[in-house]
Ligand binder design. Structure first.
Ligand code: FAD
Length: 459
């Protein structure tokens, strides 16, 4: 029997918003599948989050909706929190280059990740698809033409040598499909603190943290116990008088001096703050502090998107989305890439975009809108039944690799490698147990060997 013939792929005119890791791999997958692709990028280079910017926003809490946005939240000293073997795209491994100018560490600094993404863009000729300095300001369905989208964008007109902006060219075009890859670590979420309006100290969000100098001899409170808070608290403790980290995931009595430090403590949540500068914790301790640093995460934000209320962001749930990607009634003409968190982002977005590209060309079938909506409802009911708050909707924590493998099965490509799963688990455990040294000492060399063996398929 001859193999069944696939129908010829249908080529679509597709707009991709953003040229970070997600937008780059999305452009590659769409083009591989025969689509005609335009990537809009408001910065003047590829890389998104990994383009470190020493400048910060004028408003340290980033509350002013009209502020000049700085996209990246990277701090100067940042090294990856995943080993490079785990972190890279599946078919374009993030291997250490035999080049003295490159960072060859397993957990490299942020510049090495940017160079890797630049290598990726040049290897696959992505830049020719990107319109730089071009911000998408509106995406909405074309009236009376279901499945078509208006994309309005404004392009900076500037003198490159002098970096002077002369204004904007505004453009309006029609696309068959729009893929949103705009990142979700730019719009800060701020903790609500009773009494904060009368507290006289300084506040900022980690989005606007670059280096510890401003914390010299200060008494600092850090809210949150995420990866950023872990790194930043240690860095600040080197210069500050005292550092108090408060976490909502510890019991109310918690008060612990942090191992290896005589000026850093872990507390339970803040109960209130007061006009005399004091900060009262649920454990009963009172500290007079100079500065509160919110390491409290970010909000999904799509200021350009108008779906007539079909897609909403409520308590940080982007809904309704089938498998975190397609709004059922707008599928496949609108899709979101990279929303899941507590994941390994690069291979995940690689698989999501393969799926989107295949669905758009007709190679991969989606269930009907009604069936997708049923699936979404059932998913939300499962979250509710297990008391997961809405803002955990896109947290794939324990099931990210099952999700990846489901996507792989849709695309007919191999599952996530066993070594990658095991290495991810080993790195997570080591980060928890040995936060100071996990980036420089490890005991999974056998897995590293296995990974590099696997990489020979692609290098
Ligand atoms: P981004 O990289 O944010 O790219 C989005 C792009 O969209 C940007 O270039 C932006 O300019 C553009 N854009 C946005 N809006 C518009 C618009 N309206 N018009 C045109 N362009 C627009 N991941 C790891 O794998 N390992 C790590 O160690 C790691 N550490 C991290 C540390 C920090 C502090 C942060 C914030 C994130 C970290 N991440 C890490 C996660 C990181 O976000 C992902 O690795 C990845 O960079 C996300 O890529 P993205 O393309 O989805 O988004």
């Amino acid at each position: 029997m001859p193999p069944p013939q696939l129908p010829p792929p249908i080529s679509r005119h597709v707009a991709v918003i953003g040229a970070g890791a997600a937008g780059l791999v999305c452009a590659r997958e769409l083009r591989r599948e025969g689509h005609d692709v335009v990537v809009f990028e408001r910065d003047n280079q590829v890389g998104g989050t990994w383009v470190y910017n020493p400048r910060v926003e004028p408003d340290p809490l980033s509350l002013d909706p009209n502020r000049r946005i700085i996209h990246s939240s990277l701090y100067s000293s940042l090294r990856t929190n995943l080993p490079r073997e785990v972190m890279g795209f599946k078919d374009y491994p993030f291997i250490a280059k035999n080049d003295k100018k490159r960072d060859q560490r397993r957990f490299p600094g942020h510049r090495e990740v940017l160079l890797y993404l630049q290598d990726f863009a040049s290897e696959f000729g992505i830049e020719e698809m990107v319109r730089f300095d071009t911000e998408v300001v509106h995406v909405g369905p074309v009236e009376d033409n279901i499945g078509k989208w208006i994309v309005r964008s404004k392009r900076k007109i500037s003198d490159d040598d002098r970096e002077v902006s002369f204004g904007f060219d505004v453009d309006e075009e029609i696309y068959d499909a729009v893929v949103i890859c705009n990142g979700h670590y730019t719009e800060p979420r701020i903790a609500q603190i009773p009494g904060i309006s009368s507290w006289p100290g300084k506040q900022m969000h980690s989005h606007n943290y670059r280096t510890p100098e401003g914390f010299q001899d200060q008494v600092a409170i850090l809210i949150g116990s995420s990866a950023s808070s872990d790194d930043i608290s240690r860095e600040i403790a080197g210069v500050a008088k005292e550092v108090h980290v408060t976490s909502r995931s510890v019991v109310d009595e918690t008060y612990q001096e942090q191992p290896g430090y005589d000026n850093m403590w872990l507390h339970s949540m803040i109960e209130s703050v007061h006009g005399d500068g004091s900060v009262v914790f649920r454990n009963g301790r009172v500290v007079v502090a100079d500065i509160i640093l919110h390491c409290t995460g970010y909000k999904y934000h799509f200021p350009f998107l108008d779906t007539n209320g079909i897609v909403t962001v409520d308590e940080n749930r982007v809904a309704p989305l089938y498998k975190h990607v397609f709004p059922p009634v707008l599928a496949p003409w609108l899709s979101f890439v990279g929303l899941p968190w507590k994941v390994v982002p690069f291979p995940l977005v690689e698989l999501q975009t393969k799926w989107i590209a295949g669905v758009l060309s007709g190679h991969i079938a989606l269930p009907s809108p009604e069936e997708m909506m049923e699936d979404v409802k059932a998913f939300y009911e499962t979250l509710e039944a297990s008391n997961k708050p809405k803002h955990y909707t896109h947290n794939l924590g324990g099931c990210q690799f099952e999700y990846d493998n489901w996507l792989a099965s849709q695309c007919g490509c191999p599952e996530i490698e066993e070594w990658r799963r095991q290495m991810y688990d080993a790195a997570s455990k080591s980060r928890r147990l040995r936060p100071e040294i996990y980036r420089d000492e490890w005991d999974d060399d056998d897995l590293v060997l296995e990974a590099y063996g696997d990489f020979t398929k692609y290098t």
